[in-house]
Design a protein around this ligand. Structure first.
Ligand code: 5HY
Length: 244
């Protein structure tokens, strides 16, 4: 049995339910998905400040997952919040949904557009697009949706998402769409059918990538960049996070 922890770094349990459902929809018959909500930090991650304060809760859950015998972890936030710190902390593979979604899109389309929530989320994701080597192929749009509006079917968020996809097709000549928020994970199939084109959910993409790495017997390299953190005291409220 392959056991994969899918960690929502924000503290909204209903979004974790959406994420867990999307993960289980694509997981193989031999995979167990354990969906986890961070216990401390922002209820939604919208920009750099929220990202920073999501880290302790995220890293706490990633460490717990490895100690509980999970074989891989997915960070279910499209900012790939804390991805490098998590990889330095554990030996199991850790997959960010943005990196997994962009890689997946690159296998099926030359040009694709990420449609995320808010303008303040767009620039951090553009930086990830650059970092992951997709700058020439991926555009990033914001649909002007608050992250938690995706949890409310009456918020009009889905219509705004659809309208931005229409603009991505018309103006970017997008050949595929990447959903730029974990909270959109349940919309991929419907939107793909509606628009007659590939629509990629990062949660599903990350789960399949995690399964592949476990099947290949690959974990995070502990040499160089992701070597274990140097043991030292951490003072104050973060003392529990001190590397042993
Ligand atoms: C996410 N925020 O996937 C990101 C998306 C965003 O709470 N979960 C969040 O809009 O930055």
């Amino acid at each position: 049995m392959t056991r994969i922890a899918v960690v929502n770094p924000n503290t909204t349990a209903s979004m974790t339910t959406t994420i867990g459902h999307a993960a289980r929809l694509v997981a193989g018959p031999g995979t167990e998905i354990v969906a986890v909500t961070s216990s401390m930090g922002p209820v939604s991650i919208e920009g750099y400040y929220d990202e920073a304060f999501a880290l302790p809760g995220l890293l706490h859950e990633i460490g717990k997952a490895e100690h509980a015998g999970m074989q891989a972890a997915v960070i279910a936030c499209f900012d790939d919040t804390g991805l490098d710190a998590a990889r330095a902390m554990v030996r199991m593979p850790v997959i960010g949904i943005c990196e997994a979604a962009l890689a997946t899109a690159s296998f099926i389309a030359k040009r694709f557009t990420v449609v995320t929530t808010m303008e303040r989320s767009r620039v951090p994701i553009e930086e990830l697009v650059q970092r992951y080597g997709m700058a020439g192929r991926a555009r990033v749009r914001a649909a002007n949706i608050a992250v938690l509006a995706l949890e409310d079917p009456n918020s009009g968020a889905r219509d705004r998402l659809r309208n931005e996809i229409v603009r991505a097709i018309a103006e970017d000549n997008a050949e595929a769409i990447v959903l730029g928020c974990a909270g959109m994970a349940d919309l991929a199939q419907t939107l793909a059918h509606e628009f007659g084109m590939p629509v990629i959910d990062g949660v599903g993409a990350a789960v399949k990538q995690a399964e592949a790495l476990v099947a290949l017997g690959l974990g995070t390299s502990k040499r160089g960049a992701y070597a274990p953190p140097v043991a030292k005291p951490y003072l104050g409220a973060l003392a529990e996070f001190a590397p042993a």
